[in-house]
Write a protein that binds this ligand. Sequence first.
Ligand code: C2E
Ligand code: MG
Ligand code: MG
Length: 543
Amino acid sequence: MEPRISDTLTSNVRLLKSKASRSAIYGTLVAVTAIALATMLVGRLQYGEFSLDFMLLAQQENPTLWLLDFMPFVFAFWGQYVSSMMAYEAGAMVVDQTNELRAQTNALEYEAIYGTTHDALTDLPNRALMRDRMAQALIVASHENTRLALLLMDLNEFKEVNDTLGHYNGDRLLKQVVTRLQAVIREPDSVARLGGDEFAILLPKIASPASAVAMARKVLRSLEVPFSIEGLALGVQASIGIALFPEHGNDVDALQQRADIAMYVAKSDKSGIVTYSQKLDQHSPQRLTLMGELRHAIGNNELVLHYQPKVDTKTDRVTEAEALVRWQHPTHGLMKPDDFIPLAERTGLIKPLTLWVLNESLRQCAGWNQNGFDVGVCVNLSASNLLDPEFSDIVAGMLAAHDLAPRRLVLEITESAIMTDPARALQMLIRLADIGMRLSIDDFGTGYSSLRYLSKLPVSEIKIDKSFVVDMTTNSNDAMIVRTTVDLGHNLGLKVVAEGVENEEILKRLVGFGCDSVQGNYISSPLPAADFPVWIKETRWAA
Ligand code: C2E
Ligand code: MG
Ligand code: MG
């Protein structure tokens, strides 16, 4: 393209040069007129008369006129020279500008193509380019009979980072994550950002399925060192789903969908890395639609609360009831929290869900109190509630709105929720405790947090996990753990609650250990909201 434009311009210049230019013609005409006038004047002055003969004579005898005769040539040459120079310079200018424009167009074109194939924030290939690369890699792999792996990775709880630290810091975290990924991924493997906190890693040629898992481990290990954002050390965990060619599919869509299912399972059961297998398929499509439905369920009043009483072993009286959420699903029936709470946590719906549970349970608790039942309510929290800086103010506002003393509310928090970000969780727990709410560590014994850390928390009780309690009459180890935990709690100045009390024998053993409160099916299984006031009126554990 380029030579053709400059050729056209050069030939234009040549054309201009081959024709007499206007300035050359004017210059020559002026010079010839000047010669004619000068010759006429000289002839008149020398010979006293205007005539052609005297003019010719004047020409022959005056060297000054000879000099003048030379002028038309000078003007013709000068005119022609100046205009060809101008034409040439104009041509050169046009060529320069054309080149510059072309360069700009190319840059814009490149930018446009780059923009459609790369992610603006991280500069990584985007979903479109990744699909393209996968398609190419699949052709090669099927020709050469080799194996290919697609790894889909999603960061856990990235939404909370965005919500609490702002999108600017969320973006900074993503960039740091990408730097780590790039450090572990080598040619010919490639990494792409599919959107949000989702990444794809393509391994176009692997020896065995184990190599894909090894790479996934390497990636997760690279994220283990906390990230530094705003002076905070942020721990980031991720879930990776793996799909293989030819085992799990032979086109881009099939592999992507299967890696996605595996990733989803890795996330919901917190297993970190999951390789696709057909049996994962059975639950996943249903789970994926649930995600969309849960959003509406919160606003549509499809959630209901059941209440399970908690009894003080000294007075044999109900002191509180734990609010346990259920989802009255239009087609699946009554769903248990384990089937949708992890989903809510993954999608960020846990925040509105918790606020709904809090508001509803405080409203009902206020109703019980008005009817003369002196009971409080326990509500379960998730990690993201503790990381939401507005949370304590919202709860304080709700308590005031329902005219309830903060001591009526017990917030149950698991060790793992606290350990998601111990420093910030501690800040939130201090605020909640300052307002006057009581805090309880739920599922105690199942986490890995250090006792030194736990002893610093402003909590008032620990709740021994039901997995130790249900078997304590048949398993001496469990009995020992429960007994030791009761002593440990007391030594730390905390009340100890046991959940999962299924029969009288367990209850008696717990009372013998000095356990302060009990909760479980022996006293009552969780009751629908409407049944709870009826139960409490008739039970021997009446408040
Ligand atoms: P959790 O807080 O440890 O709640 C106790 C669970 O043990 C309840 O299961 C309860 O029904 C069950 N349980 C009670 N008594 C017995 C018993 O004697 N034997 C046995 N084997 N189990 C008993 P549920 O209602 O399915 O809740 C499961 C978990 O879901 C809860 O565990 C809690 O972590 C979570 N959850 C429930 N509601 C909410 C909520 O509103 N928000 C959040 N974030 N989590 C919730
Ligand atoms: Mg609980
Ligand atoms: Mg529990």
